[in-house]
Design a binder for this molecule. Structure first.
Ligand SMILES: NC(=O)c1ccc[n+]([C@@H]2O[C@H](COP(=O)([O-])OP(=O)(O)OC[C@H]3O[C@@H](n4cnc5c(N)ncnc54)[C@H](OP(=O)(O)O)[C@@H]3O)[C@@H](O)[C@H]2O)c1
Length: 292
């Protein structure tokens, strides 16, 4: 039986990846820093995984001593460990780059055969954003590691689209620019299949989005329709958004990254090759059932 370590297992995509490896008959070790999260589902319908992983390794990848031996006995490592919200202790460099590098060093020491890592679609076009730079700095280390590797580059996740539901529920819909740029967001379960296929295949770089393409305006209208509200639309011109993003640079580096990322994806289409079957409207309807 093949053995895999999943890092980032408590996150949106990590939970589905644990589930997908299990469905395909793997033995799964999950790296977890907060064990309280194991037996609870995530906030965007992603599964609890107490019954899915075979072993839990409690450690924090930002602290190398706490993950010593984490890769022992496995031949495959998957990591979606990354910083997706402001963290006032660590920088994205500490998490996206250094914590993943700590895991990679352990993988090399344990003679792991292959490492699968999640970066971001179109990263090369966004290298001015610190968080993207940190992801890609790790990708460079992985390419030079001597291990087999695959880099999966997804568009936005359905979990990210849930912010449209929250805004609609709260009675306002905030958008940058005209909201006419397009993207094909992907469900965690669909992306997990892409990741495990990557682990089992030969492709080194895989761009992946979901099966449906929407403008941001369409996503906003769908969210409003699902929660049955007519929110007030507040559209911020892109020149003003750029100015605000620049100012956030003087306040907090993580918020600055998020603002820069939001303005960048509001200017360019983010459409990757389509995978999977999950529909965004069904995800919104499920989310609306649990959150009202
Ligand atoms: N969300 C998107 O739309 C999107 C699109 C493209 C690429 N990505 C990339 O995909 C990856 C996974 O995204 P996701 O939405 O699954 O993220 P997520 O739900 O926030 O999960 C992130 C994972 O990383 C761990 N982590 C975060 N900060 C940490 C720290 N300081 N020390 C140790 N562990 C830490 C989390 O552990 P805890 O649960 O303990 O916090 C969790 O297991 C990220 O690298 C992200 O940049 C995301």
């Amino acid at each position: 039986m093949k053995k895999v370590l999943v890092a980032g297992s408590t996150g949106y995509i990590g939970r589905y990846v644990v589930q997908e490896f299990k469905n395909r008959g793997y033995w799964v070790r999950a790296l977890v820093r907060n064990p309280d999260k194991i037996n609870k589902p995530g906030p965007h319908l992603e599964p609890a995984f107490d019954h899915l992983a075979d072993e839990f390794f409690i450690g924090d990848a930002t602290t190398p001593e706490s993950i010593k031996g984490v890769c022992d006995g496995v031949e495959l490592v998957f990591s979606s460990l990354g910083m997706t919200r402001p963290d006032f202790v660590h920088s994205s460099f500490d998490v996206d780059y250094k914590a993943n590098l700590n895991i990679m060093r352990e993988a090399q020491r344990a003679k792991v055969k292959k490492f699968v890592y999640i970066s971001v679609f179109n990263a090369q076009k966004m290298m001015e954003i610190e968080n993207i730079k940190a992801h890609e700095k790790f990708v460079d280390e992985l390419r030079a590691s001597g291990m087999e590797y695959s880099i999966v580059r997804p568009t936005g996740y359905f979990s990210d689209m849930a912010q449209f539901l929250n805004m609609a529920r709260n009675g306002f819909m905030f958008s940058l620019g005209e909201g006419e740029t397009r993207s094909n967001p992907i469900h965690g379960a669909d992306l997990a299949k892409v990741c495990v296929d990557a682990a089992e295949g030969d492709a080194r770089e895989i761009d992946a989005g979901g099966p449906e393409i929407f403008t941001y305006r369409q996503v906003a209208m769908m969210a409003a329709d699902v929660v049955n509200k007519q929110p007030l639309n507040i559209s911020l011109p892109l020149w003003l958004a750029d100015g605000i993003a620049a100012v956030t640079g003087f306040i907090n580096r993580d918020i600055h990254d998020i603002a820069l990322f939001a303005t960048t994806v509001s200017k360019n289409d983010t459409v990757a090759p389509p995978y999977g079957t999950h529909r965004l409207r069904e995800f919104f309807e499920e989310m609306a059932k649990i959150n009202g």
